[in-house]
Design a protein around this ligand. Structure first.
Ligand code: 1PW
Length: 204
């Protein structure tokens, strides 16, 4: 939750605009530190979604923390993945590469959530959040988690409650959400490409 005067949406949008520049330049590899820092800013959003999403937040935060820790000794996204390939542990539970794939899905879910919020009238987040979850995470989750998430959808804050927690009004939130959508539309495929070029697959 945001303290007085803090603008977490703005910080998220700006951080991802920085990453988007790197993603589109293609000249320099993406450093792990700014990616994991930007991803950690997104935790605030998961934290605003209410008690029902506490487990989702904890899982996301743990994975981002692992990437933040890795960034102290590994400089780029590319070298982190290559190290896991060399050590033969890409798909092992808790590997950096596996955590990156989960964090990437979190970023994707927020993108779809924002798109749905901007495209939906009314004050409920239930449909936007359900669509985002169904599209991004549900195909990778078993029955029990899907049921728990579906139950959590009834305990979401309203859109105006969410905006209040984020210190935004409707108009300013719209601008920042659109910035995140545009930037993450470059960053997410960039990350997916790093998996694809190494034939690691994305559906696991
Ligand atoms: C913003 C609208 C609200 C939607 C909430 C979305 C919740 C998405 C994440 C729920 C994850 C909670 C349960 C943990 C699942 C793990 O098994 C799974 N992690 C993820 C992020 O999919 C796989 O983690 P693992 O096995 O690699 O440690």
């Amino acid at each position: 939750m945001a303290g007085d005067g803090e603008k977490p949406l703005r910080r998220i949008a700006e951080a991802f605009e920085g990453l988007a520049e790197i993603a589109s330049s293609k000249l320099t590899p993406m450093e792990l530190a700014p990616l994991s820092q930007a991803s950690s800013l997104v935790s605030v959003l998961f934290g605003c979604l209410g008690f029902a999403f506490k487990f989702a937040e904890m899982d996301y935060v743990a994975k981002v923390d692992d990437l933040l820790e890795a960034s102290k000794s590994i400089s780029t996204v590319q070298s982190m993945i290559d190290l896991d390939i060399q050590q033969n542990r890409v798909r092992q539970a808790g590997s950096h590469t596996r955590n990156l794939l989960r964090v990437k899905r979190g970023l994707d879910m927020v993108k779809v959530l924002f798109e749905q919020i901007l495209a939906t009238d009314g004050n409920s987040l239930k449909n936007p959040a359900s669509v985002a979850y169904a599209r991004v995470f549900a195909p990778h989750h078993g029955w029990a988690i899907r049921k728990a998430v579906a139950a959590g959808m009834y305990a979401l804050p309203t859109k105006s409650q969410l905006l209040k927690k984020l210190n935004e009004d409707e108009a300013s939130a719209k601008v920042q959400m659109q910035k995140y959508i545009t930037a993450s539309t470059l960053v997410i495929p960039y990350l997916e490409e790093e998996f694809q070029t190494r034939e690691l697959g994305l559906d696991w």
